[in-house]
Design a binder for this molecule. Structure first.
Ligand code: SF4
Length: 370
């Protein structure tokens, strides 16, 4: 399959001006919020329709026209559709918790999460282009009261400025790229003015869900505050469109190193062939597959969770069958930090040998006197 066949061509609906379609503001203004609006893009099943009606107040529901245009009109199992369209199964999750990583308890000031000594996640807003059904922060995403008042933002910046151990700040949310260029420029400038902040990272799904946000002007803002890194969030190769590829290319040309953090999701990407295709497609875009997260014990997501043993098997199967850097590290996030979930290729010491299993399954004894 050639590269051109893998990247999905841009598909602008009839009757929409291409200039509007490619505008961040137009896409945000025209987001889909009802079953009726969504039915213009996909043939909703009765179950999806009732889930939108019954659930959207509990777990908010919004989709960009751009992302809807990538969904399969007829297939309810479409991997993009399942990520964003409510499902009745969301009500069947007795083990799910609102804040499984105890992020609130790990916040020295509101919306600054500190699990490690030298870095923090700073949830600068509560808005995203769309709301993923498996979002770790669904307790706050789309909820205006979860955003930050000016005074709270200042308190958070003050706390970072007064905490000299913090050398790495991850701007997340919500999605920090929902901010205007001017506000982002101001925020990055404030962080850059703190001498001990060495690295600023952005966690943004907009290259996937609304890639038209990545304009030359935005790239100029980011470029003026380097080193700025960005991790985005593709879960399936079908999310890689011409527009998404162009957004990644623009960021890379502005010197922003790109990584990808996916979530292992049942029926969406819990298949070695899908993970291999995703990793290889990302590498072709020069986006490094960084982490693949085990789905958390998060309310309303039992139907997405994959047993950890299965996840370990999936990533074990990729080893040796694709480039090493096309394989993300499979991790479990915990209130104590991320834990790699690796297949035990290293078997341990036997006498003067260290025994390992090669990707092919063959056992190798490396002479390794103690
Ligand atoms: S884009 Fe990220 S923060 Fe926003 S809803 Fe999706 S997973 Fe949550």
């Amino acid at each position: 399959m050639s590269r051109a066949e893998i990247i999905r061509p841009e598909c602008i609906p009839n009757g929409v001006d291409p200039v509007d379609w490619r505008s961040f503001a137009w896409q945000m203004r025209n987001r889909i919020r009802t079953a009726e609006a969504l039915s213009q893009w996909i043939d909703l099943t009765p179950s999806e329709e009732s889930a939108i009606r019954d659930l959207s107040r509990r777990f908010r529901f919004v989709i960009t026209p751009y992302f809807a245009s990538l969904m399969d009109r007829r297939d309810p199992a479409c991997p993009l559709r399942r990520q964003v369209v409510p499902a009745a199964l969301e009500l069947e999750d007795p083990a799910g918790r609102a804040d499984p990583l105890d992020e609130v308890a790990h916040s020295p000031v509101r919306n600054v999460i500190r699990v490690y000594r030298d870095r923090v996640a700073f949830c600068v807003n509560s808005e995203c282009a769309l709301y993923c059904r498996f979002c770790l922060r669904k307790r706050m995403v789309g909820e205006p009261r979860s955003g930050m008042l000016e005074r709270e933002l200042e308190q958070a910046l003050d706390w970072i400025a007064q905490t000299p151990q913090i050398r790495d700040v991850l701007l997340t949310g919500g999605d920090p790229l929902v901010f205007s260029d001017r506000r982002l420029d101001w925020l990055l400038g404030r962080l850059r003015a703190i001498p001990h902040v060495e690295i600023i990272r952005l966690g943004s799904r907009l290259p996937v869900t609304l890639p038209y946000r990545v304009t030359d002007d935005l790239c100029s803002v980011l470029e003026s505050h380097h080193p700025v890194w960005l991790n985005t969030h593709f879960n399936h190769p079908a999310e890689i469109s011409e527009a998404a590829a162009a957004a990644c290319d623009r960021l890379l040309r502005a010197g922003v190193p790109l990584g990808n953090q996916s979530v292992l999701l049942r029926g969406i990407n819990d298949d070695p062939a899908v993970m291999k295709a995703l990793g290889e497609a990302l590498v072709r875009l020069r986006v490094r597959p960084y982490y693949c997260y085990q789905a958390q014990l998060l309310e309303g997501t039992a139907h997405f969770r994959v047993p950890i043993e299965r996840g370990i098997d999936i990533f074990r199967e990729l080893r040796g069958r694709t480039s090493g850097f096309a394989i993300p590290q499979y991790v479990l996030d915990t209130p104590h930090g991320k834990v790699p979930l690796d297949y035990p290729f290293a078997r341990g010491r036997e006498g003067d040998d260290f025994v390992v299993e090669a990707w092919s399954g063959e056992i190798w004894r490396e002479h390794n006197p103690s």
